[in-house]
Design a protein around this ligand. Structure first.
Ligand SMILES: NC(=O)c1ccc[n+]([C@@H]2O[C@H](COP(=O)([O-])OP(=O)(O)OC[C@H]3O[C@@H](n4cnc5c(N)ncnc54)[C@H](O)[C@@H]3O)[C@@H](O)[C@H]2O)c1
Length: 485
């Protein structure tokens, strides 16, 4: 079944469950729907409660006005752990059943499943007028990202993508510094992560017994039926595989792209080239070097070149990345290694020394210098003519003007901010800074780079207004088939 048919079916399912009107329906005509709601507490339903889902559950429920009323997971062990923390919540293994049965009893849905399930869950929830917090990347397909944005806007719903570092001090600061013109008009961005969510190995054969605690059919969801293999898909490793994840670009890339993308007010790119190995239709390449060309904005030169590199050994050596005091370009990434999911979740990065590039990060290159933004929890630094330039006065001025307070380098206190912003927006007292209107464009940009790995070293031309590549073959990857499950 094509995705749009499935989404239509979700809409029918949602509308036949006597779910409306929720408080949002009453406010349908309002511009800021939830601002006019009488909600004083938020009832949340969580889909996917293991790993990142557990972190999402903790941070959402740490808001004093949240009641966790439903938990859903296809892995009974993860569900049992979450239930211990929220004994009053109802539990489900199938999100469709959960949404149908809970109906008017929930206000917001938190989606923390693997990427291929984000859109099917979120679309059904939004059809039912629920506010949605969805993990990054927003979707697995470009068509889904556009559909999510459209529906959220049509229904005027509160939405947020799970890029929690968007709300951290250093990223907000870097955004404001760039927009203040601290390095002039930016003409190039280089961004990198040595993490490796690629798989260059053989396509596996055979089949393993599905654990009794896992509902494999529900895990596959709308994706094609496939035999279960221990350790290959669930948990976490689905990221490496084209049918479920989006590789390193869709994983770390979303976090690392976010600040430059936001700061430079970019739209989607015009051209995309991925230098990588030949596709095998199963796993993502272990190394990607994606070059994008974006139309200019008030903060950039006439056009902007953006170079992303990932995988073992990234970033590539380049003059743009050379730091003062470095005899040669050195990176904190000295060994190539694959990040564990735990490492990923903590988003830890090695500290960078004066002549050492941070393990992950972004370099903005403008006509008045360069700005290095490590990923993450470190101040940006400015470099002009091969020397560091003190920007403490600019930082102080921007801090005062924007009421930013002191930098907080504590994940536990910074982490919940993005989640609480979503809850407060649902309660009508705040606005989300990463709503689907923003998240869909950022995700589309990421996914265009992912599609380009099917056409190694070929420049693809993207026509955003018609949502089409000039290269007809590449259009086959903008959407996929949905299985009826
Ligand atoms: N924002 C961040 O910092 C961050 C960090 C890690 C992961 N993530 C994102 O969170 C999402 C999940 O990643 P993860 O590392 O936790 O993956 P994971 O595979 O470790 O865990 C996914 C959880 O969802 C459950 N699940 C899978 N399919 C389901 C379905 N159809 N219905 C209900 N539950 C289902 C699994 O059983 C498991 O509990 C991904 O989109 C990932 O990109 C974000």
């Amino acid at each position: 079944m094509k995705k749009r048919e499935f989404l239509k079916k979700s809409a029918i399912l949602a509308s036949t469950t006597a779910l409306m009107p929720s408080f949002l329906m009453a406010c349908k005509e309002e511009k800021l729907a939830t601002k006019a709601t009488p909600l004083t507490r938020l009832r949340t339903a969580h889909v996917g409660v293991g790993n990142m889902g557990a972190a999402d559950l903790k941070d959402i429920s740490s808001h004093k006005k949240v009641d966790v009323v439903a938990l859903c997971d296809v892995d009974a062990n993860n569900l049992a752990e979450a239930k211990k923390l929220h004994p009053n919540a109802k539990i489900f293994s199938d999100y469709r059943v959960m949404l149908k049965e809970m109906g008017d009893g929930i206000d917001a849905v938190i989606v923390s499943t693997p990427d291929h399930t984000h859109a099917p869950v979120s679309m059904m929830a939004m059809e039912m007028n629920k506010s949605v917090y969805c993990q990054k990347p927003l979707t697995h397909y470009v068509s889904e990202a556009r559909a999510m944005k459209k529906l959220a806007e049509e229904k005027n719903l509160v939405t947020q993508m799970g890029i929690q570092v968007h709300s951290f001090y250093d990223y907000k600061l870097a955004t404001l510094l760039i927009q203040s013109g601290i390095i002039g008009k930016v003409h190039t961005v280089r961004a990198w992560s040595p993490k490796n969510w690629g798989y260059d190995g053989p396509i596996p054969t055979g089949e393993d017994m599905v654990p009794e605690t896992l509902d494999w059919n529900l895990w596959l969801g709308t994706s094609a039926k496939r035999p279960y293999k221990e350790g290959l898909y669930h948990p976490g490793n689905w990221r490496k595989l084209v049918d479920y994840g989006c590789g390193t670009l869709g994983d770390m890339g979303v976090h690392i792209f976010d600040t430059p993308y936001n700061a430079l007010a970019l739209d989607v790119p015009r051209t995309i080239t991925n230098e990588c190995r030949e596709p095998n239709g199963f796993g993502f390449p272990e190394n990607n070097r994606v070059t994008y060309e974006f139309p200019g904005t008030p903060y950039t030169a006439e056009s902007l070149k953006w170079i992303w590199s990932d995988g073992p050994g990234a970033p590539d050596m380049h003059e743009d990345l050379k730091l003062p005091n470095a005899s040669e370009i050195t990176s904190a990434n000295t060994e190539s290694k694959e990040a564990s999911v735990e490492e990923k979740m903590s988003l830890e990065t090695k500290a960078s020394g004066p002549g050492t590039l941070p393990e992950q990060g972004a370099m903005f290159i403008g006509d008045k210098g360069r700005l290095l933004l490590p990923h993450f929890m470190q101040l940006p630094t400015k470099i002009v003519d091969g020397e560091y330039v003190d920007i403490s006065k600019e930082i102080a001025a921007i801090g005062i003007e924007n009421n930013m307070g002191e930098p907080i380098r504590n994940y536990d206190s910074e982490g919940p901010k993005h989640y609480h912003q979503f809850v407060d927006a649902c309660l009508g007292t705040d606005e989300c800074t990463a709503p689907f209107s923003y998240a869909s464009k950022l995700t589309e940009t990421i996914l265009l780079g992912v599609i380009a790995n099917r056409f190694p070293n070929q420049t693809l031309n993207w026509d955003s207004s018609n949502a089409k590549f000039a290269e007809e073959e590449a259009n086959n990857f903008l959407e996929g088939d949905y299985r009826d499950f």
